[in-house]
Design a protein around this ligand. Structure first.
Ligand code: ATP
Ligand code: MG
Length: 470
């Protein structure tokens, strides 16, 4: 359906006497102002609007500036979802806004922002941004800067609300809510796209992805989270431009990966990633195992891990990046370990440590892994090799290990995904359910390990800990 001819669109235009729409796909500045969508039409219940965000926007307006709630929060409220956070946009510069909020703090360099504190709430206030078109590339602009491939490396070029709308990523993310008239202001036909469940890039998709390749990950994430169809012109470059993600700082990709896989829509996001070939640009080693599974249930393990994560989030339980990464990189680690054992005759434990080092070292070139997570990842892996050795007092000692729970969860995932662990997962499930007396019987009845082999110590080439990555 033509986006301008939907019944709701023409109804709104009739209601407000508007018939000229800004073209969302050309990003030309709107000629006749925004489409105003009144409260009777958008039906966002006032009680769901975050009080602190409303007060922030209201206060900006009282001080003579513009102030709106904007972005994901408005999109989510229009979809009856609970927003993760509320953002405010204004024409006040960060410094001007700072001057009118007592409890506020300026942050960021690449993208300057103001954090305003209201009790326990923290509201992010961003100044309207404009496009960088007026600024020559590579000029060490004080405010905005793009590199040779067109990627924006500094984004502090301020503009009007219209310009701000047009530099946002998707039309459904560019809706502004005014705290005074309670209307939604729409410069890019985002309301219509939202009604049609369409994800559409504002402007020319190819150059918008080049400006910021993370928008590709965002496209996959929103399509998964919202269940939207990605409009064809927005979708086409996703198959082609994934390689540009190599230019994104690993720390930023780490944050994005968590938003993608730990926001309750992990499974669907994973399918989107596979469809567009994006996984190899954030988890190359995992993508290689998936493409050549060599008999391991690689995909099943990942899907089970993501399902687990989605379920825990639904139940408001905590999730840790260490577990997610331990699962995603489990087969790459196993494979590396098998190679080290075969080619370099290394024993299990040193081979495991060396494989863990190598796999983590490769991964942090794509996504950083802060040390507070890389240490637990290693522990979760190491415990996979200790969980079978459970006779005598070992089992009860293992249970006290801070990573026992996560390690047991990974063990269960492996077993449930089809790895033959000879009932080890079930044994641990039963063990935990029993009282101390039965537990000690259980661990006594475990057949004894083979005598531990004498270890030949080998110096491994890359024993160095990974570089600072947090
Ligand atoms: P969620 O918070 O649910 O992850 P969101 O849309 O709110 O989704 P944020 O990262 O919080 O995402 O960004 C807030 C808004 O800032 C977005 O809605 C969008 O308008 C704009 N934005 C964020 N990242 C980009 C980007 N890379 N390029 C252009 N605009 C962006
Ligand atoms: Mg948000």
């Amino acid at each position: 359906m033509d986006k301008n001819s939907s019944p709701i669109g023409s109804f709104i235009r009739k209601l407000f006497g508007r018939n000229r729409q800004p073209s969302a796909s050309k990003a030309s500045p709107p000629k006749s102002g925004p489409l105003l969508i009144s409260e009777e039409i958008h039906r966002i219940p006032r009680r769901l609007l975050n009080d602190a965000a409303m007060k922030t926007a209201y206060h900006l307006q009282d001080e003579g500036y513009e102030g709106y709630l904007v972005g994901g929060c408005i999109r989510d409220l229009l979809m009856d979802k609970h927003p993760k956070d509320f953002d405010v946009a204004t024409n006040a510069t960060p410094e001007q806004a700072h001057a009118i909020f007592r409890r506020s703090r300026l942050i960021g360099r690449r993208f300057k922002l103001l954090h305003v504190r209201f009790g326990r709430d923290m509201i992010e206030v961003a100044t309207f941004r404009a496009s960088h078109d007026s600024q020559p590339k590579n000029e060490d602009g004080e405010h905005g800067r793009q590199n040779d491939s067109g990627m924006i490396v500094r984004d502090n070029v301020y503009g009007t609300i219209e310009e701000d709308a047009l530099r946002r990523d998707f039309t459904v993310n560019a809706l502004y809510y005014c705290p005074k008239d309670h209307c939604v202001y729409d410069f890019t036909n985002g309301f219509n796209d939202l009604q049609n469940r369409t994800l559409r890039m504002i402007g020319d998709p190819d150059s918008r992805y080049r400006e910021d390749p993370v928008r590709m990950l965002r496209a996959a994430r929103f399509a998964a989270k919202l269940g939207f169809t990605i409009e064809p012109a927005t979708e086409a470059p996703l198959y082609e431009l994934g390689y540009l993600l190599k230019d994104i700082a690993p720390a930023r990709l780490f944050d994005e990966v968590l938003k993608i896989f730990q926001s309750g829509h992990g499974i669907e996001s994973f399918h989107q990633f596979r469809k567009y070939g994006l996984l190899e640009h954030v988890f190359r080693q995992t993508a290689e195992c998936l493409d050549d599974p060599q008999g391991e249930p690689v995909e099943q393990l990942i899907l089970n891990a993501l399902q687990n994560t989605d379920r825990r989030l639904q139940q408001n339980k905590s999730v840790t990046p260490a577990f997610l990464f331990a699962a995603l990189l489990w087969y790459p680690m196993q494979r590396r370990m098998a190679q080290l054992q075969k080619n370099e005759a290394m024993h299990t434990v040193p081979a495991m440590h060396e494989a863990a080092n190598q796999v983590i070292a490769q991964q942090i070139r794509q996504t950083a892994i802060p040390r507070r997570f890389s240490t637990p990842i290693r522990e979760i892996w190491e415990l996979q090799f200790r969980l079978p050795r459970r006779q005598g007092k070992r089992a009860s000692r293992l249970m006290e290990h801070p990573r026992f729970r996560a390690a047991y969860d990974l063990l269960m995932l492996r077993e449930n995904s089809g790895e033959n662990l000879e009932g080890l997962g079930k044994w641990w499930t039963d063990y935990q359910a029993q009282n101390p007396q039965i537990r000690s019987h259980m661990s006594r009845d475990v057949p004894k390990d083979e005598a531990p082999k004498r270890r030949r110590r080998r110096r491994s080439p890359s024993k160095k800990p990974e570089q600072n990555n947090g």
